[in-house]
Design a protein around this ligand. Structure first.
Ligand SMILES: Nc1ncnc2c1ncn2[C@@H]1O[C@H](COP(=O)(O)OP(=O)(O)OP(=O)(O)O)[C@@H](O)[C@H]1O
Ligand SMILES: [Mg+2]
Length: 250
């Protein structure tokens, strides 16, 4: 067990994110195809948890549910102690906005916004136009400081199309961290980057996680990366198959 899971003295014990008995099926024509067959897992506070598994196992489907981007057919999700399924769509969106930073394989930045504006989006959503305007300087300072730390001081006004993949992902990480959420969910965050760039982006992500004591759930196909996590879960055919509490042997 690495020591970063307990570095934050003020991190309360217990779980940051849990799900229980998650099923998800999709209707394809006349047929219902079940992708998740009853998945339960817990992400402990301050923990770095890796989720691995073959392509098509259902990892992204599960992450979207845990990240409150999708709702399960059955089962429940608790985010920081709150059951998401009990909430209406507005409260769910608010819970997601405040508690979860989501990082996608393909960045999902808004093409018409600058790096700085993309990083500011969670605050715009949280406060609404009017209230955001009055607090904009504060958030701009925070986003600018983060983007500068990520090596993007000269890229604040660039649009995503004017950025490299690694730069876009760093903007996406800044966006995910802007409101200081206790939970980070990352779906193959370096899956679209070359090895060197991917490693730099990952160092940055791990550094931020450690510093902030955030709980991180990370989907990856990379064993070397999983080895640097506290725990690894394996998913196959819509079910969690195994849990390695010990790091993967080299
Ligand atoms: N909206 C949808 N409608 C129908 N089927 C879907 C939908 N989303 C996912 N699936 C199916 O669910 C299965 C699991 O997909 P998912 O994207 O979760 O896999 P994954 O484990 O993330 O794979 P990869 O490692 O390739 O990213 C796939 O067979 C996919 O076709
Ligand atoms: Mg996937």
């Amino acid at each position: 067990m690495s020591q970063h899971s307990t570095h934050h003295g003020d991190t309360p014990p217990g779980n940051a994110l849990t799900c229980e008995g998650i099923r998800r099926s999709f209707k394809i024509g006349e047929r219902r195809l079940e992708i998740l067959h009853g998945v339960s897992l817990e992400l402990r506070r301050g923990e770095r948890l890796a989720l691995m598994g073959t392509s098509g196992a259902g990892k992204t489907t599960l992450l979207n549910i845990l990240g409150l981007l999708d709702t399960p057919t059955e089962g429940c999700v608790h985010v920081d102690g709150q059951e998401a399924g009990r909430l209406g769509s507005t409260d769910r969106a608010l819970l997601r906005n405040q508690k979860i930073g989501f990082i996608f394989q393909f960045y999902h930045l808004l093409p018409e916004l600058s790096s700085l504006e993309n990083a500011l989006l969670p605050a715009m959503i949280l406060h609404g136009r009017g209230a955001f305007r009055s607090r904009r300087p504060e958030f701009e300072d925070r986003a600018t400081a983060m983007l500068t730390r990520f090596g993007l001081a000269q890229r604040l006004q660039h649009r995503p199309s004017q950025l490299s993949g690694g730069e876009q992902q760093r903007v996406a990480i800044a966006r995910a961290l802007l409101l200081d959420p206790p939970i980070l969910i990352a779906d193959e965050p370096t899956g679209n980057l070359d090895r060197g760039t991917g490693e730099k982006v990952l160092e940055l992500l791990f550094d931020e996680q450690k510093e902030r004591g955030v709980s991180l759930l990370l989907v990856t196909h990379d064993e070397r990366l999983a080895r640097r996590c506290d725990r690894v879960l394996y998913m196959e055919d819509g079910l969690i198959q195994g849990d390695s509490s010990a790091p993967i042997p080299t």
